[in-house]
Design a protein around this ligand. Structure first.
Ligand code: FES
Ligand code: FES
Length: 159
C-alpha cells in the first residue's frame, strides 16, 4: 500500500513521517513519531486514553485520521514538561495522588490542559465536564478533579 508523506508540528518540533492510508493519529504518533504518551485504550472513541490536542482542542487520536492533521499543531503529554520542569498539571497530579496505574493519565492531562488553557479558573463543574470523556478505573475521579483545580489555582474544599 502506498504511503503518504505527512508533516505537522509535534510538541514544538516539526514532524515529517509517512503514513498508510487510514492510519489513525494515535498509531502515527506512537509508531512513526515514537511518542508513546498517548495510550491505546478502547480504540473506539470511548475512553479518552488517547486524547491529544490538535490546534489546542482535545481530540481522540484513535479515531482521528493521521492525514487530517497535516500542518496542524499536535500537543501530547510527552511535551508538557519544560526541560526538567514539570507542567503545573503534572505537579498537581502527583501532589493530589491523581494517578494509580497511570494509564488514563496522559489523556486526562491533555483534556485538562485544553480546559485551563482557555479557562484558567474553571469551576468544579467545568472540570468534570472537561474530563467527562476520560475514563479512569483506579482513582474514583475526585483526586483528578482536585488536581486540575489545584493546577488552575482554584482548589475547592468539599463539604
Ligand atoms: S483509545 Fe481512544 S478513546 Fe479509547
Ligand atoms: S489511574 Fe489507572 S485508569 Fe486512571
Amino acid at each position: 500500500m502506498p504511503k503518504t508523506a505527512l508533516q505537522f508540528r509535534h510538541n514544538g518540533r516539526d514532524a515529517a513521517i509517512f503514513v498508510d492510508g487510514g492510519m489513525s493519529l494515535l498509531a502515527a504518533l506512537r509508531d512513526e513519531v515514537g511518542d508513546h504518551s498517548p495510550k491505546l485504550g478502547c480504540g473506539q472513541g470511548g475512553c479518552g486514553a488517547c486524547t491529544v490536542l490538535v490546534d489546542g482542542e482535545p481530540v481522540l487520536s484513535c479515531i482521528t485520521l493521521a492525514e487530517s492533521v497535516a500542518g496542524k499543531l499536535i500537543e501530547t503529554a510527552d511535551g508538557l514538561k519544560n526541560g526538567p520542569d514539570l507542567h503545573p498539571l503534572q505537579t498537581a497530579f502527583m501532589e493530589n495522588f491523581a494517578a494509580q496505574c497511570g494509564y488514563c493519565t496522559p489523556g486526562m492531562l491533555m483534556a485538562a490542559k485544553a480546559l485551563i488553557d482557555r479557562n484558567p479558573a474553571p469551576s468544579r463543574v467545568e472540570v468534570v465536564e472537561a474530563i467527562s470523556g476520560n475514563i479512569c478505573r483506579c482513582t474514583g475521579y475526585e483526586p483528578i478533579i482536585n488536581a486540575i483545580l489545584a493546577a488552575a489555582g482554584r482548589v475547592e474544599r468539599r463539604a
